[in-house]
Design a protein around this ligand. Structure first.
Ligand SMILES: [Zn+2]
Length: 213
């Protein structure tokens, strides 16, 4: 899952008691942000195999530090605690839930490449091999989150346009050929996570929920 991860960020923003949307965008993709860095540095491994699943060419065969359930729980605790120092206990819980949501949503679409711990006992429900269902699910998660966010936003229209732009970017993934090198792929992923968080910050400042709520 790619842009569907932002569903929980949008949906939980109001409940967070003031954690900015861009922080929740980074939290929901935190596991993938670290993954990008670890792929670039050669610590975690991915092979690009066209047709590996019907929706994604990524054979994610080694990612124990980012996408194992055990590692995710550690990230949840660390980031939730850090966020609670900056915002509030409630903010910390919401950041933690966003970080954990990444693994849960990945579990639905990934093939059995998500380890429970270390690099063993891999799980994944494999919806990426059912591209229509995977796409509908991803869109639904993103839009439900955006709808919840829009309720408290200054411009509902702007939030919907933002969500639709995100969806359009997701769709270009299906038509664009994947890069050949895994490090190139990880660089692209990393820059898009930073870009999307920056965009979320901009959209929220101009049209979104106010900083205090
Ligand atoms: Zn992921």
């Amino acid at each position: 899952m790619f842009l569907g991860h932002y569903g929980p960020s949008f949906g939980l923003r109001y409940a967070s008691g003031g954690v900015p949307l861009w922080v929740l965008f980074l939290a929901a993709q935190f596991v993938d942000i670290v993954w990008s860095v670890l792929v670039i540095t050669g610590v975690e491994k991915v092979r690009i195999t066209p047709g590996f699943t019907a929706s994604s060419p990524l054979d994610l065969y080694y990612m124990p530090y980012t996408h194992s359930l055990a590692a995710s729980v550690v990230w949840v605790l660390v980031l939730g605690w850090l966020a609670s120092l900056v915002w509030s206990r409630r903010g910390g819980v919401v950041v933690g839930v966003c970080v954990l949501s990444h693994w849960v949503l990945d579990l639905l679409v990934h093939v059995t490449d998500l380890p429970l711990w270390g690099d063993v006992h891999k799980v994944g429900f494999g919806l990426w091999d059912r591209p229509v269902i995977a796409f509908v699910l991803e869109t639904a998660v993103l839009f439900i989150g955006a709808a919840i966010y829009a309720k408290h936003a200054r411009s509902k229209l702007a939030i919907w346009i933002f969500a639709i732009v995100l969806l359009a970017i997701q769709m270009t993934n299906f038509v664009m050929p994947p890069p050949e090198e895994s490090s190139q792929l990880a660089m692209m992923a990393l820059s898009s996570y930073i870009l999307f968080a920056a965009a979320a910050g901009f959209v929220e400042k101009k049209w979104g929920q106010s900083a205090s709520a």
